[in-house]
Every structure is written in C-alpha cells, then in structure tokens.
Design a protein. Structure first.
Length: 150
C-alpha cells in the first residue's frame, strides 16, 4: 500500500491554484504572476504551483481557460462601453450596442459559473468512478481467492 506524501496537494489547494490562475488569465496577467501569488497563498514555491498547474490541473480546466480568455476580451469591450458614457450623448444605436455588449458580458459570466460547476461535478464523478473501480478490483480478488479455495 502506498503512503501519502506530507506535501501532497489537496483538493482545496488545487481549487485555490486553479481559481488564482484563471483570475490572472481574465485580468490579462501572466500565469507566472499567478503561480507566485498562489505560492504565497499555499506556502509553496511558484515553481511547484506551475508544475502542478501544467502537469495535472490544466487539462481539467481547458474550457475555463477559454472562457477566462473570452472574459478578458469581454472586459475590454465593457471598458469601451464606459468610454461611450464619458464622450457625451451617445446616439440610440450606441446605447443598443452597449446594452448588447453588457448582456453578452453577463452571459459569459454565467457560462463561466456553469463551467466551473461542471468541472467540480466531473471531478466528483471521476473520484466516484475510481473508488468503484477499486472496489471492483477488491471484489475480484476476493472472488478469485474464494474460487481457489473451493
């Protein structure tokens, strides 16, 4: 039986790391900066955070990464809406376009929340599947021993 490392990553640490990296992506900052901040939060090196992200977590967050990049683009669009408000009296078309951009921005946020929920559900299901597979293997071993004794 394998022992657990004292410094093994927990589910909570994985989530903190992923949320930090995705936040930095949305803000248009670098992942290296995210790893540094996550390292400070988790009392780990930025290199350890980077390795964990790239080796394990990134593949589980591909959709969230794409949404974060999309949010970054939407955020710049949202900034354009604010500029319209400062430039004087916008015409009717500009107001409609601004409202559509705001609506798209909120839809993107909703999609990101749904994506995160689905990723959490996916992790839970994978965990349950692994447990079920482990139990199945144990049952097979017991059955095999029982058949040998017959």
């Amino acid at each position: 039986m394998q022992g657990h490392r004292q410094d093994a990553w927990t589910k909570d640490e994985d989530i903190i790391l992923a949320e930090t990296v995705l936040h930095y992506i949305r803000e248009g900052k670098t992942q290296l900066e995210a790893f540094k901040e996550a390292g400070n939060k988790l009392s780990r090196t930025s290199a350890a955070c980077g390795f964990r992200w790239n080796a394990t977590l990134r593949k589980h967050y591909e959709q969230a990464i794409q949404l974060a990049k999309s949010n970054r683009k939407k955020a710049s669009t949202y900034a354009e809406v604010e500029v319209l408000q400062d430039s004087g009296q916008p015409n009717f078309t500009e107001v409609i376009q601004s409202l559509e951009k705001i609506s798209q921005y909120y839809q993107t946020i909703d999609q990101a929340k749904k994506c995160k929920e689905l990723e959490e559900e996916n992790r839970d299901l994978i965990e349950k599947l692994q447990l079920s597979n482990h139990l199945l293997e144990e049952i097979k071993k017991i059955l095999s021993k029982w058949e040998e004794q017959r």
